[in-house]
Design a protein around this ligand. Structure first.
Ligand code: FES
Length: 63
């Protein structure tokens, strides 16, 4: 029996969520996009949501 490979999701301290693989993201408008290793905003302050744009550093996000 072949072992199913799991997608890894890494929560970066004080930063974004790193997806370690290729994923399909469904956007609020219903469109989908394929992304390879995206970084998703966890602080809520990104200007490129759902992606991280580095703003978490400027705002001193802790989490
Ligand atoms: S986690 Fe990076 S901008 Fe929000």
């Amino acid at each position: 029996m072949q072992k199913e490979s799991l997608l890894k999701v890494k929560v970066i301290p004080n930063g974004p969520i790193a997806i370690e693989g290729k994923v399909e993201i469904m956007l609020p408008d219903g469109n989908t996009v394929e992304k390879e290793k995206p970084f998703l905003c966890r602080c809520g302050a990104s200007n490129k949501k759902p992606y991280c744009d580095g703003t978490h550093v400027k705002i001193g996000f802790k989490g």
